[in-house]
Design a binder for this molecule. Structure first.
Ligand SMILES: Nc1nc2c(c(=O)[nH]1)N[C@H]1C(S)=C(S)[C@@H](COP(=O)(O)O)O[C@H]1N2
Ligand SMILES: [Mo]
Length: 578
């Protein structure tokens, strides 16, 4: 009996003896959940290994990416809010990075869940059919594989866009076939586990023996699948370290590795900024004024960074233009005015005081010049920008022509965009939240009518103008200093108001009067401003609040409001005991 798992099952296909004999129960259908789940766990590990080694489809991420596109906007919003809430409540770390990890594991959970449900279905089928177990398992496995392939085909990183589509298709179908056969084999093996001699009497002891055997079988199945999972997962994680996959996430890591060993994505941390000599020194603990590429938040609809074939990429303009035209990266870099500007980008899903905001140096071609070269016809009003991941947005041609800061961006921090941040090209539109600004641009269609872009179709604000916001980063209790006999505690943070600039930052302590903080000269009109307030020390429990007034003299909205659909508003507060 101990060898059953690895033996051929010992009765004929179609033999229903086990089920018809008195007192011999086939395995409970609920056991199918366990078997289906365990088998899928092993399949997941093998998928992971195939993905890391040969870039074969990794179905868990495909499922998540697909659901992210097809589920209604409200469900997505609720899901995102729950993930972000979970991360902030339990202080799990950098919101965007942890969210991606959670999303990836959710994908794994979904595939395992699917395996469990399919295992249940298969066990029920076997109960009903009582024959041809393996054939049934094979058919169900292939159907499941086919369905998962359809999911894979519906996302940008599908097998069809991989170097060897046939290999990917066979891999998925083969693994799912294996899954079905394993589950059905388990059923039949367990069904055959009634000792023939005991099958005729109602001896409870024989039932007990059967139960023990089945338990041993399940333990062994669990051991085997766990082994495959651990070995496959470890090999995948280990062998994948320096493969294509890591390079896809950050091509700079492979191509621009600095000779002195420094990380090119972090060089920005040492950048000398144009306001280096400003008299207002940030309070200790204030976030860096310039966000290194490697620290910039990342938000997009994909579990994996998108891969654009940089060798063949061009930017085509179609639609209401004199004639379809396309530009190479070389042309974009050399034939138009190069605009280099410090930019603060924020996500509309950033909560007050959240981490989804960063300041970078954006370099690109002036959008209006590129557009002019495409010769739009007089009735052209908008550009429909499409990206490799299916993301899209509409931009008004007036906005492009009236704001010389609108660029087709190819560099961040004077380095080519990374895969994570939209290589090779992304748009910059001042004063708009990130959701209006596609990364990984693949095409531009000039059109006469406006339509809703990706997130607008899912219920978010059609304009998505940036809102004024201010944040307390630090109450530097270890940094107190004495001036004229008064002890001060430095407090600091950021204030941002889209492209309107910041004219005032004010602090209120324990709901007292609003008093002005000092403002450091910002890197540009569109970046955040670093502020500092030296609080005359009084010991006790204090609540500090911050608000800002933008360059047009408008105060930030103080009413607390959540991120959907137009961005969060409200006052940021920090409580501390001094
Ligand atoms: N192609 C594409 N572009 C996109 C997105 C996306 O999902 N796909 N997300 C947008 C959103 S919501 C934000 S906030 C910014 C974030 O840019 P970052 O990840 O480089 O910080 O990218 C925008 N551009
Ligand atoms: Mo966003």
């Amino acid at each position: 009996m101990q060898k059953r798992l690895f033996n051929n099952y010992n009765y004929q296909q179609g033999d229903t003896m086990q089920d018809t004999k008195k007192n011999v129960q086939p395995p409970h259908v609920l056991v199918g959940i366990l078997v289906g789940g365990l088998a899928m766990m092993a399949v997941t590990a093998l998928l992971f290994l195939g993905w890391r080694l040969l870039n074969l489809p990794f179905l868990p991420l495909d499922i998540f990416d697909w659901l992210a596109r097809v589920l209604p906007g409200d469900v997505i919003r609720l899901g995102t809010a729950s993930i972000v809430g979970f991360i902030t409540t339990f202080n799990l770390g950098q919101t965007d990075q942890v969210a991606k990890v959670i999303e990836q594991w959710m994908g794994v959970g979904m595939l395992l869940g699917l395996g469990a449900v399919a295992g249940l279905v298969l066990f029920v089928l076997h109960r009903l059919l009582k024959s041809r177990y393996l054939l049934t398992g094979a058919v169900v496995g292939l159907l499941l594989g086919g369905a998962l392939l359809l999911v894979n085909l519906a996302i940008p990183q599908s097998v069809m866009n991989s170097p060897a589509p046939i290999l990917g298709i066979l891999w998925v179908l083969g693994l799912m076939l294996g899954w079905g056969v394993l589950v059905s084999w388990s059923y039949s093996d367990m069904a055959a586990m009634a000792p023939a001699a005991a099958a005729n009497d109602a001896d409870t002891n024989s039932k007990a023996v059967t139960a023990v055997n089945r338990r041993q079988f399940l333990v062994r199945l669990g051991g085997a699948t766990a082994t495959i999972t651990v070995v496959g997962g470890a090999l995948g994680a280990w062998l994948g370290v320096n493969t294509d996959d890591a390079a896809a996430i950050d091509p700079l890591k492979n191509t621009n590795q600095n000779t002195d060993g420094t990380d090119p994505l972090m060089v920005g941390a040492a950048r000398v900024l144009p306001n280096a000599n400003d008299a207002v020194i940030p309070a200790n603990g204030t976030r860096p004024e310039f966000t290194p590429v490697g620290d910039h938040y990342r938000i997009d609809i994909n579990t994996r960074a998108q891969r654009v074939d940089l060798a063949t990429w061009t930017l085509p303009f179609s639609g209401l233009v004199e004639a379809p035209i396309e530009f190479t990266m070389e042309q974009l870099r050399t034939e138009f005015t190069t605009v280099e500007q410090f930019v603060t980008l924020a996500c509309i899903s950033n909560n007050v005081g959240g981490q989804l905001i960063g300041t970078q140096l954006w370099t690109g071609a002036r959008f209006s010049e590129v557009l002019a070269r495409a010769k739009p016809s007089p009735e052209a009003k908008y550009i429909h920008i499409r990206a490799v991941d299916g993301f899209d947005e509409y931009v008004s041609i007036d906005e492009i022509n009236n704001d010389p800061r609108c660029t087709l961006t190819y560099d961040w921090d004077n380095l080519p965009l990374t895969a994570v941040h939209g290589a090779p090209l992304r748009v910059y539109l001042p004063n708009r939240f990130g959701m209006k600004q596609p990364k990984w641009i693949t095409s531009m269609e000039v059109v006469a009518e406006w339509a809703e872009g990706y997130w607008v179709r899912r219920g978010w604000d059609a304009d998505a103008y940036m809102l004024s916001t201010s944040v307390i980063d630090t109450i530097a209790v270890d940094d107190t200093f004495v001036r004229d006999g008064v002890t001060y505690v430095p407090i600091g943070g950021i204030a941002h108001a889209g492209d309107r600039g910041i004219s005032k930052v004010q602090i209120s302590v324990d709901d007292g009067d609003w008093v002005d903080a000092q403002i450091r000269t910002p890197l540009s009109q569109t970046t955040w401003a670093i502020w500092r307030y030296d609080y005359p020390f009084t010991s006790g429990n204090h609540t500090f609040a911050v608000r800002c007034i933008n360059g047009d003299g408008e105060a930030q909205i103080e009413t607390a409001r959540g991120v959907a659909p137009s961005g969060a508003t409200g006052i940021h507060r920090e409580r501390t005991t001094l």
